[in-house]
Design a binder for this molecule. Structure first.
Ligand code: AMP
Ligand code: MG
Length: 491
């Protein structure tokens, strides 16, 4: 058996075979202080056929802290543009991230390794090319959390810190995060060539993406329209998952929308504590464009930008038809997830109302979204059961009682068994989510070089549906200081 060492990591870079207009070649700029490993993700290491024990080697921190390269990497910054807060920005691109190359794992998979915080690139505009420890910890942990929740996401291989100072609202230290995904192509990767009227590049990119990631469409006659249809489907499903788990992205600009329907570019994201449909997690989003309840609509808006960029490749009517599948698809996916959260095994016409009314009760009571859904699993349909622990979450218990009568009736109609339903619900209603304050605690410790809380949360969030002994405090609502932490785009 070949020993899987760092030296046997194998790299290619198919993106570097695309026309030069697609990227700028350059190497990462190392920190001046030596890099140190903050945390590494063993499961992600396995995906690129790397023995997790190798992550502890200083060579690993050097390679993924921007101070060394491996053969075959061909690092480059990808070019893209995008609509930011509804306004088209003609050029963005990787301003602080570098696509190191694609790790091939011998199982036919290729994983882009993207080094975030790797220094200035030709696309840095006014930025310094760096990322701070604070924001990379948030991204690192949230990738693990999303993965644990079964939500499509880019993954994080490792987090490498440095003592170099980075200037934000205050002085912080820098870090680099290795992000892994089958592709980092964004909606904005298409938009840039469409608006530059370089339609041959729009085609080249679509052909590349289909070849690499939608191989079943290679030989299809209307492949571009079908490709778009699949992106619509994946996006609808992704956003339905976000809505069901109570998560807001915070900066759903088209340059942050993955062509593969992955959660991409973690910034001021947030899991909701109290249920509030108007929840704005991004402190800089003054108009609430990216508020929680706007996300489904923004998904559609962003897809319409992508459709526009694909106009050189497919008939407008066909793209429009693809776009029209978004809302019904989203609604179906969302309803399916919410039914599961309420423990319904069958579909009934009254489900929509029961779900909406339950959310209304949560909102009126400022009840914690994650906790109450988990508690709902304990609902007893027995005659005369008062369901006191659940009832306590509601400011107006009479209104809850009214709803509970309907809920009980609905469950009895499908002969739901309490124990069996509770098991099912516990597999979709997480016990643990990455609340802002939990991330904040890990950040504050890490700023003093104590990475134990990162490790604890990382392990916990990989399995968010199972009660873990000794971890009860992590399932509680936030303490007062952690309720309304402000998180902005500054990262
Ligand atoms: P984001 O809001 O993180 O998606 O970033 C939007 C754009 O700004 C992308 O082109 C980023 O590469 C760029 N950017 C963000 N932060 C920095 C930074 N510190 N230095 C250079 N470019 C940055
Ligand atoms: Mg971005």
């Amino acid at each position: 058996m070949i020993r899987r060492t760092l030296e046997t990591l194998s790299f290619d870079n198919t993106y570097a075979r695309l026309p030069q207009a697609f990227y700028a070649r350059l190497n990462p700029t190392p920190f001046s202080a030596p890099p140190h490993l903050v945390h590494a993700n063993p499961a992600a290491a396995e995906l690129i056929k790397l023995d997790p024990e190798q992550c502890a080697r200083p060579e690993f921190a050097a390679l993924f802290g921007g101070s060394a390269l491996a053969p075959g990497m061909e690092p480059l910054a990808m070019l893209y543009s995008g609509h930011q807060f509804g306004v088209y920005v003609p050029q963005l691109g990787d301003g602080r991230a570098i696509l190191l190359g694609e790790a091939t794992n011998g199982r036919g998979e290729r994983w882009d390794l993207h080094l975030k915080g790797a220094g200035m690139t030709p696309f840095s505009r006014d930025g310094d090319g760096r990322a701070v420890l604070r924001s990379t910890i948030r991204e690192y942990l949230c990738c693990a959390a999303m993965q644990g929740l079964g939500i499509a996401t880019t993954q994080a291989l490792c987090l490498v810190g440095s003592d170099d100072k980075v200037y934000r609202e205050q002085i912080e230290t820098g870090a680099m995060l290795v992000r892994m995904a089958p592709s980092h192509v964004r909606f904005g990767s298409f938009e840039i060539f469409y608006y530059r009227k370089q339609h041959e590049h729009v085609r080249a990119l679509a052909d590349y993406v289909i070849e690499q990631h939608f191989p079943h469409l290679r030989e299809v006659g209307d492949k571009y329209a079908r490709f778009f249809g699949e992106v619509v489907e994946r996006t609808a499903k992704l956003i339905a998952q976000w809505q069901a788990v109570g998560w807001a992205h915070g900066v759903m600009n088209t340059d942050n929308m993955s062509i593969l329907g992955l959660t991409l570019d973690y910034g001021p994201f947030g899991f909701m504590d109290d249920y509030d449909p108007g929840f704005i997690c991004n402190h800089s989003d003054h108009n609430g464009r990216y508020a929680f309840d706007q996300q489904p609509y923004i998904g559609l808006w962003n897809l319409s930008c992508l459709a526009q960029a694909l106009l050189p490749l497919a008939e407008k009517e066909v793209l429009k038809a693809g776009l029209d599948t978004y809302t019904p698809r989203f609604e179906r996916e969302y309803l399916q997830r919410m039914r599961a959260k309420l423990g319904f095994a069958e579909e009934k016409p009254e489900d929509d109302d029961l779900i909406r009314d339950f959310l209304g009760l949560l909102q009126g009571s400022h009840a914690d979204y994650t906790i109450v859904f988990r508690e709902l699993g304990t609902f007893s349909t027995a005659e005369g059961a008062s369901n006191d622990r659940l009832r306590e979450h509601f400011l107006n218990p009479d209104r809850f009682d009214g709803w509970a009568v309907r809920y009980r009736e609905r469950l009895r109609n499908e002969c739901s068994r309490d124990d069996e339903r509770c098991d099912r619900m516990n597999r979709v209603n997480p016990q643990y989510v990455l609340r802002n304050y939990l991330a904040q605690t890990a950040i504050e410790k890490a700023q003093h070089k104590d990475f134990s809380e990162i490790d604890r949360l990382f392990t916990l969030l990989q399995d968010p549906f199972t009660d873990q002994p000794g971890m009860e405090a992590y399932a509680l609502p936030p303490p007062n200081w952690g309720k309304h932490l402000s998180v902005s785009c500054s990262s």
